[in-house]
Design a binder for this molecule. Sequence first.
Ligand code: ADP
Length: 398
Amino acid sequence: MNVLVINCGSSSLKYQLMDMTDERVIAKGLAERIGIEGSVLTHKPEGKEKVVIEKPMENHKIALEILMDVLVDEDNGVLKSMDEIAAVGHRVVHAGEKFASSVLINDEVMEALKECIEIAPLHNPPNIMGIEACREILPDVPMVGVFDTAFHQTMPKEAYIYPLPYEYYEKYKIRKYGFHGTSHKYVAQRAANMLHKPVESLKIITCHLGNGASITAVKNGKSIETSMGFTPLEGLAMGTRCGSIDPAISTFIMEKENIPCQAVNDILNKKSGVLGISGVSSDFRDIEEAASKGNERAQLALDIFNYRVRLTIGAYVAAMGGVDAIVFTAGLGENSASNRKEICNNLQYLGLYIDDAKNNIRGKEAIISTDNSTVKAMVIPTDEELMIARDTVEIVGL
Ligand code: ADP
């Protein structure tokens, strides 16, 4: 029984086809530059060579048609016909307060997602486009929406209401939503499995450290606090995003530089974070390399990033009244031993001690704290696609 997982960005479409009888990935790939010149689909069928298809893709529907063709292609395909796709799972960034879990997509759900465009203008339109294109091409295949915000709907009100005039929550739904929920949920569950304890009995801090980065306090299996907010700009310093800063800085920059609000929004989202501090790159590999060669601002960017992760961990220990495990995931969290060490080095007061030999790993599940550490540090590669596929199977009832 095959499930196709789709994740649409404004000019991209990521996909993964999984055989859910054994949760095996049978093909995956990425269509890029949709709607612009030079569209290309890179397709990797299981056990076969990668295929690169360069064809104009004016929109997501055309990209999906090309993807369907390659999936059933005699040479590079993995399916005999499209009928072998039992269901489709779609990643959707923002479901507002409408959905606290994944749902079967119907016209009503589509309406609800469209209503969320106002609060997620960058993220939801491409997700919606992808679903609509898929529903046109596969009209009889059930589809499920899996939302980044859903896992965080368990946060208590004191965590998600901002200290602003309350009417803005009522009028505009301004509140903390949180993102990366599928990833936080997945690694929290895996951590519990690895510790041989029910997730309902644990206090876990999950650190999703990638280009976008967020931390969640998962108490008894539920998100009770997370670092991203109304938008994915709040919280940690990130690749290009500033994270939490004094909000008065926005208007101050607008006045000083004489720029409109969209321009300042761009600066905070695209020119800040470790890129803005270092002036080197938004990619942590480049920054680590520059820092190792003595670039002081690159080192400062790393120090600020790590410091903010540590501060947030401390805050979440307070929020949960303790912690059993701290989990690292996503590009940086899974791969950078030095970064994990720096973050954990100052957490001995919690009873957390890193074992350097165990920490010397990349992209593999492992407990990286010493055996006598009372708080466990763990590396768990995230797998949002698998979570989406599992939810799809469950909701469609396959
Ligand atoms: P996103 O999905 O938000 O784009 P990822 O989870 O793919 O981000 O993480 C991407 C980031 O992970 C890159 O910007 C890079 O800085 C970092 N990264 C990946 N591999 C390594 C590594 N070996 N060492 C340090 N950083 C790494």
